[in-house]
Design a protein around this ligand. Structure first.
Ligand code: HEM
Length: 227
């Protein structure tokens, strides 16, 4: 139990490293000659990286036979949202000075902003409904269906990246390949008839002991993991 908590704290700290690194660079005046551009790119990169890392969890837990990896998915997803908020905040604050007219003009004029905005808007309901309470309220099936939106967010993130780069498309191409592979892997499972799908993975060595609320209702501890 202690080891499990320790590993979660470790993942939490790892997800904080990019923020600390940014803070360190800002403190030392090392945000390059164009700090706004640097922060925008840096936070955008980490948003996309964490979305992709979060999407890797399900395939990895199956391939490596490590069902426990599911414990980190919610945290990684929430950190993706957190860096997405910083990215968005950089744009509305440092770039657009909270001017709604300027923002709207950018959203309708620049297609990479339009698609980035769509990706960001889609990740919001996922962050809100990431709690155990929301999983119970929506029910496992509906919750899973809603959370498939994360693939659309990833696609929007990649298209956003493709449309904003001027010449060197290597980075967005790499993300596009990764997201395509992950989506292909999931589509194979989703399209397989239910009877042929593998049974959902159980945590090893034994399922976690159930947790009950004061009213005696079963409370789930981790988000449902898809087969
Ligand atoms: C899921 C949502 C989003 C993801 C994953 C994402 C990701 C990224 C990435 C990877 C970059 C390029 C970083 C680099 O070149 O190293 C970037 C740049 C940028 N993003 Fe986003 N972004 C998202 C949403 C948004 C939103 C909502 C806005 C503003 C409305 C926005 C505005 C920008 C701007 C202004 C740039 C820099 C463009 C330039 O240098 O020409 N992004 N973003």
């Amino acid at each position: 139990m202690q080891k499990r908590r320790g590993s979660k704290i470790l993942v939490f700290l790892l997800c904080l490293v990019p923020l600390l690194w940014l803070g360190w660079r800002a403190w030392n005046g090392r945000l390059t000659a164009n700090p706004i551009e640097f922060i925008t790119h840096y936070t955008g990169d980490w948003t996309l990286r964490l979305i992709v890392i979060g999407l890797c969890i399900t395939p990895l837990r199956k391939i490596l036979n490590q069902p426990d990896l599911i414990r980190y998915r919610r945290m990684i997803g929430l950190f993706a949202f957190f860096y997405g908020c910083l990215h968005f905040l950089t744009w509305i604050w440092l770039d657009k000075f909270f001017d709604p007219g300027e923002m709207w003009a950018d959203i309708v004029k620049r297609r990479y902003i339009t698609v980035g905005m769509a990706g960001f808007l889609m990740i919001i309901p996922l962050a809100i409904t990431s709690t155990t309470g929301w999983i119970r309220r929506l029910g496992g099936k509906r919750w899973q269906l809603l959370h498939r939106l994360v693939y659309l967010t990833a696609v929007c993130g990649v298209v956003h990246y493709f449309w904003l780069v001027k010449s060197d498309i290597r980075q967005p191409l790499l993300y596009a390949l990764l997201v395509a592979m992950l989506l292909g892997w999931r589509l194979r499972t989703w399209m397989r008839p239910a009877a042929k799908r593998p049974a959902p993975m159980r945590k090893t060595p034994a399922p976690p002991s159930p947790v009950y609320s004061q009213s005696g209702q079963l409370v789930e501890r981790e988000p449902p993991a898809e087969a």
